[in-house]
Design a binder for this molecule. Structure first.
Ligand code: AMP
Length: 116
């Protein structure tokens, strides 16, 4: 039984109701290209179940968080050289705009460091 929310964009992508460029899947998570890429490889890894942010996911289902991280690693190995940054924005002031937890896999270039 999966947890979904009808007005959640990423639940709708998981359900196949909104198209996405899916690059990898696991039984419990999917990975698709960000619509506004900020790096040569910019992929979002999303658990199929709805959780609001990474802390909520970690508290509710740590195995699912582990699945998300494993899929991120797989994507970075398939689409880049295996080295990657994995970013979870938590809360609007941190830049979160979609409130279904997602890890940004950023890879494929020498990455700078200017988060603020
Ligand atoms: P955040 O701002 O951390 O919540 O990240 C949300 C990300 O979702 C942004 O990087 C958007 O570019 C991306 N995004 C929004 N809508 C879509 C979509 N339909 N397909 C793929 N990525 C999307």
């Amino acid at each position: 039984m999966t947890s979904t929310e009808t007005d959640c964009l990423f639940c709708r992508i998981v359900a196949g109701e909104v198209p996405a460029d899916v690059v990898a899947t696991s039984e419990r998570s999917i990975a698709f290209r960000d619509i506004d890429p900020q790096a040569p490889v910019h992929v979002l890894v999303v658990p199929r179940d709805h959780h609001g942010d990474i802390a909520q996911l970690a508290a509710a289902d740590p195995e699912l968080l582990s699945d998300v991280v494993a899929l991120a690693d797989e994507v970075a190995g398939d689409l880049a050289d295996g080295q990657f940054r994995l970013i979870f924005n938590s809360g609007p002031r941190a830049g979160q705009s979609v409130f279904h937890v997602h890890g940004h896999v950023v890879a494929g270039a020498e990455l700078g460091w200017s988060p603020a």
